[in-house]
Design a protein around this ligand. Structure first.
Ligand SMILES: Cc1cc2nc3c(=O)[nH]c(=O)nc-3n(C[C@H](O)[C@H](O)[C@H](O)COP(=O)(O)OP(=O)(O)OC[C@H]3O[C@@H](n4cnc5c(N)ncnc54)[C@H](O)[C@@H]3O)c2cc1C
Length: 319
């Protein structure tokens, strides 16, 4: 019996959500093997030492250099069969959920998304988030191969132990043309800050209160000063002021920064789903009764276009 974990990565660094998936996989008490797909998969595999992985299966196929969900899923299905995997786990990222949905369809098996805890037993008992994380459900998964994704930021990343690096095993999937019909062709909005929203230690968030696309210049400036990045509410992406890639929330990215500076954001439940793992929130809002203000660690009641320049000047002076 083997647990197979898909490890997503940016260049040679494993994504934090995949490390969370590996941490939960370790709680199964079964041998854990990993799958890394893409151009940097070989150097990445060497960086997974001390995480309880016996083997990293490396798929360094140029056809998979760009994300191609059906092809990734075909790869997982073939590797799971070759390794007799009893459990297949991916991060609860957009990609992880998309790929595992394809895997479920190909294998004609159920897929449990947003798992927070594995309780064990047969059929497998799980705890998972439902309704955008507003409730926890205990459920059972009865399938020959259990397919799971892990709720973002619900599981602590275990520190790597001292130990041998996993062995590397090249894997060549048998892909059909149809598997490659959908693939990332180009990126419209490269992240200029170089800091990913999901991993940023500081996020400066902007909502309708920012007022315009131009109004985000102050948020960009503060984010750059603090080594963070900008995140936005959905009305901002709907208005075309910022790309969807920067949206925080139920239908956007889930963030877990040390500090979330929420400017002109009311704090609707669908937004807070994505921000609930922030360690501290500084709300800047004209409405002292806005839900974001009542949930914040600190709040400044005022016009963000007055407050932000003062904060920026203060940070510059402190430097
Ligand atoms: C199925 C579904 C999924 C959704 N998914 C998401 C999601 O992923 N992410 C998301 O964000 N939303 C999502 N939404 C939308 C969500 O319900 C809210 O509509 C949205 O979050 C509101 O954005 P906002 O806070 O910027 O705007 P508003 O609610 O209009 O709030 C604006 C805030 O700015 C303040 N303000 C105004 N001017 C100033 C100023 N000059 N200075 C300081 N403060 C000011 C106001 O007091 C107010 O609190 C979803 C909705 C649905 C139905």
């Amino acid at each position: 019996m083997t647990a197979l974990v898909l490890v997503e990565h940016a260049d040679t660094e494993p994504d934090r959500l995949s490390l969370e998936a590996l941490s939960l996989a370790a709680s199964l008490g079964e041998p854990v093997e990993a799958l890394a797909i893409g151009r940097w998969s070989t150097p990445l595999a060497g960086r997974l030492a001390g995480r309880g992985i016996g083997t990293v299966h490396v798929v360094d196929d140029p056809r998979l250099a760009a994300f191609a969900p059906a092809a990734w899923a075909a790869t997982i299905v073939q590797l799971a069969a070759a390794r007799s995997a009893s459990v297949v786990i991916a991060a609860g990222s957009d990609r992880g959920n998309e790929v595992m949905a394809h895997v479920g369809a190909k294998m004609d098996l159920p897929m449990a998304a947003n798992v927070t805890e594995i309780l064990g037993g047969s059929p497998l008992r799980l705890v998972r988030q439902r309704w955008a994380g507003s409730l926890l459900e205990e459920s059972t998964l009865d399938a020959p191969t259990k397919l799971l994704t892990i709720a973002p930021h619900a599981v602590a990343v275990a520190e790597p132990a001292a130990g041998a690096a996993p062995s590397l095993a090249p894997f060549t999937p048998d892909l059909a043309e149809a598997d490659l019909a959908v693939a990332v062709a180009r990126r419209l909005e490269p992240d200029r800050s170089g800091v990913s929203l999901a991993d940023a230690r500081v996020v400066v968030g902007g909502g309708r209160g920012v007022g315009s696309a131009e109004g985000f210049a102050q948020l960009d400036e503060l984010a750059a000063l603090l080594g963070g990045t900008v995140g936005v509410a959905r009305v901002v992406t709907s208005a075309g002021w910022r790309p969807h890639a920067q949206q925080v929330g139920q239908t956007g990215t889930r963030i877990a920064p040390d500090l979330y500076i929420a400017c002109g954001i009311s704090g609707a439940i669908q937004h807070m789903v994505g921000a609930r793992s922030a360690k501290a929130i500084l709300a800047i809002n004209t409405d002292r009764d806005a839900p974001m203000v009542t949930r914040a660690t600190y709040a400044v009641i005022g016009d963000l276009h007055t407050v932000l320049p003062a904060i920026i000047a203060g940070v510059r002076a402190a430097r």
